[in-house]
Design a protein around this ligand. Structure first.
Ligand SMILES: [Zn+2]
Length: 399
């Protein structure tokens, strides 16, 4: 199952190397709780780019060879005897039908480009678009950005992060009655004092500027339950959110999505996603990723700018913790005539995926328990069928 089918890898792809390791080696935050933590521990994997040692078939007759700046090559330097062909514009191309390997990639304006070589002697062609390859390099994994550890800045006091949206400041003299003031969510605080019941702590808000801790004016008592240990950027690129709550920092894999754009998949659902798309590839069904993990800022931007479909409020989308995947099937057309969609409908539950938003045929979620339940009930994992059969799919905040 770790091998792409013949049509997409020319039948000579090397197995993808994901070795399971102990969670302590993965760098996934120890303080993740609930579903996310369990998945992270279960699916933690040592990362290696998937394209290494694979071979790819050039199936575009106009696979232009480009230099390091991605401009079409006009001559070949040194001893190279390449290329074998040119297109109508006189540009050098990799002949259609060639088999190539990819030694490295570069990302420009969010799109991936590959350095292609002949496999036998690794003689270089040069840079080209992977959209010229059969399978289009979709779902190849490029790199992994580990979850950032808590900020390692020495202070005289214990460090915490405010994660509750109503972290009220309280008055100790009045039995910890709340004041009107709220410490903004996401604030970094220093714990200056504790009280015997361990319900409240006296904190001072701080900021980190160029590696230095700057203490702010705001301080007072607040509930321990409003905070998490350590300092973290809860709106940052690795911050996971669910149902409006900050969950923790997660690792993210960079993966080739639709049109050669680089997309992100949460480390703890990467294997599940790859199992799905590789199984599809084995059946000659090409599925690519339109949208995987979304940072808080991206979700906020979508909410502001996208109309005409359901976009969840920032903090509330299942794209913000690794569960949701917007999938593109290669062949266009209505669901009824689309064999890619039909493959998903029939098979996605085998790999733990179900559709959860009635109006969004592209929005699939990794919910292994729901998937198993629906499959046992003889359903194919679409929202409408589940609802119709009274299977009570959990309400969803949309895309
Ligand atoms: Zn979605």
């Amino acid at each position: 199952m770790n091998q792409l089918g013949p049509i997409f890898s020319n039948g000579i792809g090397a197995p993808t190397r994901y070795a399971r390791v102990f969670p302590s080696e993965t760098g996934i935050g120890e303080n993740l709780t609930g579903m996310l933590g369990q998945l992270a521990r279960k699916a933690a994997a040592r990362f290696l780019p998937s394209f290494k040692q694979k071979r790819f078939l050039v199936d575009d007759p106009n696979a232009i060879i480009r230099d390091d700046n991605l401009s079409p090559m006009s001559s070949f330097p040194g001893p190279l005897r390449l290329p074998a062909g040119r297109n109508a514009m006189g540009q050098f191309i990799i002949p259609v039908g060639s088999t190539v390997q990819v030694s490295r990639v570069q990302i420009k304006n969010g799109r991936v480009w590959v350095f292609a070589a002949k496999p036998e002697n690794e003689q270089a062609y040069g840079w080209t678009s992977p959209l010229n390859f059969r399978g289009r390099f979709y779902n190849e994994t490029l790199s992994l950005a580990k979850a950032p550890p808590p900020m390692a800045i020495a202070t005289d006091f214990e460090k915490k992060t405010v994660v509750d949206k109503e972290a009220l400041l309280r008055d100790q003299d009045k039995g910890f009655r709340s004041t009107e003031k709220v410490i903004p969510r996401g604030s970094l605080v220093l714990v200056l004092r504790k009280e015997p019941s361990a319900t409240y702590e006296y904190v001072r808000v701080a900021e980190v500027v160029e590696g230095k801790v700057i203490e702010k004016q705001m301080e007072g008592w607040t509930a321990v339950s409003n905070m998490q240990e350590g300092w973290a950027d809860i709106y940052g690129p690795h911050a996971a959110w669910r149902y409006g709550n900050y969950l923790g920092q997660i690792g993210l894999a960079n993966i080739v999505g639709t049109g050669g754009e680089v997309k992100q998949v949460a480390e703890h659902t990467l294997e599940a996603y790859l199992s799905l798309v590789r199984a599809a590839a084995n059946d000659n069904i090409l599925i690519s990723l339109n949208s995987g993990f979304r940072p808080y800022g991206k979700q906020a931007e979508l909410k502001r700018t996208v109309t005409g479909s359901i976009v969840a409020a920032p903090g509330w989308s299942n794209h913000q913790h690794g569960q949701a995947f917007d999938l593109r099937s290669w062949r266009a057309g209505k669901k009824e005539d689309n064999i890619d969609y039909q493959w998903l409908e029939k098979n996605a539950t085998r790999y733990g995926f179900v559709r959860t938003v009635e109006s969004e045929g592209w929005h699939w979620e990794y919910r292994p328990d729901d998937a198993e339940r629906l499959r046992k009930a003889g359903l194919y994992g679409t929202w409408m069928e589940a609802a119709a059969e009274g299977q009570g799919m959990e309400a969803n905040g949309g895309c």
